[in-house]
Design a protein around this ligand. Structure first.
Ligand code: NDP
Length: 276
């Protein structure tokens, strides 16, 4: 199936699909089927992480799918205990082994982890990994503006992506503004707030107007804000429907109504406090 997913050009000079598929909380045994379903539906971006324990299943799906490696954008992430310049190489090599790949497209520092404060060393390790061709781009996840400032102050590579919790109930506006100012693409994790925004009246009203599902409205809101999104589902109908968001457009009033759903509705840990 050909896809009509827009691409975002990262500061590393490569293109990333604006809508991809997330596999958090998908057991390894189910990941192959879920990713195969996603690829068959037309997804061309896959977001996993070492800590998800499903890189092997993801790799099996990539190997079995009728899609060329260069047509799929694969992201994985370095877990907290693997911070450090040397440790990051060991961690990525282990992820590549599980994925059955010789490189990923994007490697992210999963959390800044203030307790160890090792992310600057790790970032220099990431630059080594990119130079060695083990990843095409490097980025971060859950970085607050102060973390980004310190990475950029190293004077080397600016992160290509900052993947953060972002949905109508938690819009993380300060971090998004910092990303934009520094030329870092914003990627939204839990873009559907794990379902917590799908019954909001503004979402339901727009869904009724456009004759689409609440999830499709929320994904459309992200896309029109320029966010990269990685909705997760293990339900084949939802996997397909979450990709079918390019045939309608929210108007300014609808966007404003979803913008007004901000309520500090964090679903995951706070990056300033989370140390694993
Ligand atoms: P999402 O916001 O994508 O929501 C997933 C949940 O919503 C699942 O319960 C799923 O159910 C349900 N769902 C999916 N589609 C629909 C639909 N169309 N209608 C109704 N319900 C739906 O949450 P995630 O936390 O999974 O976030 C997405 C991805 O972001 C993760 O998979 C991971 O890749 C990444 N992530 C990164 C983090 C980080 O720290 N960097 C942290 C958390 C997530 P079902 O599967 O049963 O269909």
């Amino acid at each position: 199936m050909s896809t009509n997913i827009p691409a975002i050009t990262l500061n590393a000079g490569i293109q990333m699909p604006q809508l991809g598929f997330g596999v958090f909380q998908v057991p390894d045994d189910d990941a192959q089927g879920a990713v195969e379903s996603a690829l068959a539906s037309g997804y061309r971006g896959i977001d996993t992480a070492a800590i998800y324990g499903n890189e092997t299943g993801v790799g099996r799906a990539l190997a079995s799918a009728d899609v060329a490696r260069e047509d799929v954008f694969v992201t994985t992430k370095l877990w907290i205990e693997d911070h450090g310049r040397e440790a990051s190489r060991v961690a990525l090599e282990a992820s590549l082994e599980r994925l059955g790949l010789d490189h990923v497209d994007l490697y992210l520092i999963h959390w800044p982890t203030p307790a160890t404060d090792a992310y600057l060393d790790t970032w220099q390790g990431f630059e080594d990994l990119a130079a060695a061709g083990l990843t095409r781009a490097i980025g971060v996840s859950n970085f607050l503006p102060e973390h980004l400032e310190r990475v950029v102050a190293l004077g080397g590579t600016v992160p290509a992506v900052n993947q953060i919790e972002l949905h109508p109930a938690l819009q993380n506006r300060e971090t998004v503004a910092a990303n934009t100012r520094l030329g870092i693409a914003t990627e939204a994790w839990s873009p559907l707030a794990q379902g917590a925004v799908l019954k909001d009246p503004a979402v339901l009203a727009a869904a009724s107007t456009h004759d689409v599902s609440p999830a499709q409205i929320v994904l459309r809101w992200h896309l029109q804000h320029g966010n990269i999104v990685i909705p997760k589902s293990v339900t084949p109908e939802r996997i397909a429907a979450n990709l079918d968001v390019f045939g309608f457009e929210l108007d300014d009033a609808e966007i404003a109504q979803l913008d007004a759903l901000e309520r500090n509705g964090r679903t995951g840990p706070h990056p300033a406090e989370f140390n694993g």
